[in-house]
Design a protein around this ligand. Structure first.
Ligand code: HEC
Length: 163
């Protein structure tokens, strides 16, 4: 037979064992719960972002604001086709800095025509086109006839998001 002291020691040991096992289980569940989120930057960005826009379409962003998927696609197009001559901010390069371009030009439909073929818009006698063409020393901007309406909208979204 165990003495009362031995019995107490045994019970204490069992309690300690149960406590340790429970703690380990809790830890394992906690780690399993947290793991996928640690590797999922998109989920982190949208849950941690200060203000979610457009149904949680926020994605990874190095810029000042979270960017929509369209703006991110536009960034890629802009970087490969436009940065030789344009900055997305207000700084002039070969052509004007494009910050606020949606506001100062006649609008998105005009911009689509311009970006596809600016010389056709200049040749049509369009007053805004004529003015900007003259202001920039009559340098002819490249034509991007193969860009779709969506791709152009995405570039414009990127310019908005970058500012
Ligand atoms: C070879 C240089 C060059 C490239 C490449 C270029 N642009 Fe331009 N862009 C210009 C110049 C120069 C102007 C000023 C007008 C002119 O001289 O025709 C201009 C004007 C513009 C304007 C009107 C700006 C305003 O302030 O009203 C927009 C919008 C524009 N470009 C968009 C784009 C986009 C989008 C791309 C890429 C898909 C692009 N450009 C690529 C040279 C370029």
């Amino acid at each position: 037979m165990l003495s009362p002291a031995q019995l107490r020691a045994l019970i204490a040991a069992i309690y300690a064992l149960v406590a340790t096992v429970s703690l380990m289980l809790v830890l394992v569940f906690a780690v399993a719960w947290l793991m996928p989120q640690e590797n999922n930057t998109v989920a982190m960005a949208s849950s941690a972002g200060p203000s979610s826009t457009a149904g949680g379409s926020d994605v990874v962003s190095s810029g000042p604001k979270p960017m929509s998927a369209d703006a991110l696609a536009g960034k890629a197009t802009f970087t490969s086709l436009c940065t030789a001559c344009h900055n997305a901010n207000e700084d002039r390069l070969v052509g004007p800095g494009l910050k606020g371009v949606r506001q100062r030009t006649p609008g998105d439909a005009w911009l689509v025509k311009w970006i596809r073929n600016s010389s056709a818009v200049v040749a049509s006698g369009d007053p805004y086109a004529t003015k900007i063409f003259n202001d920039y020393g009559k340098i002819q901007m490249s034509s991007f006839t193969n860009l779709t309406d969506l791709q152009i909208k995405q570039v414009l979204d990127y310019i908005d998001a970058a500012n």
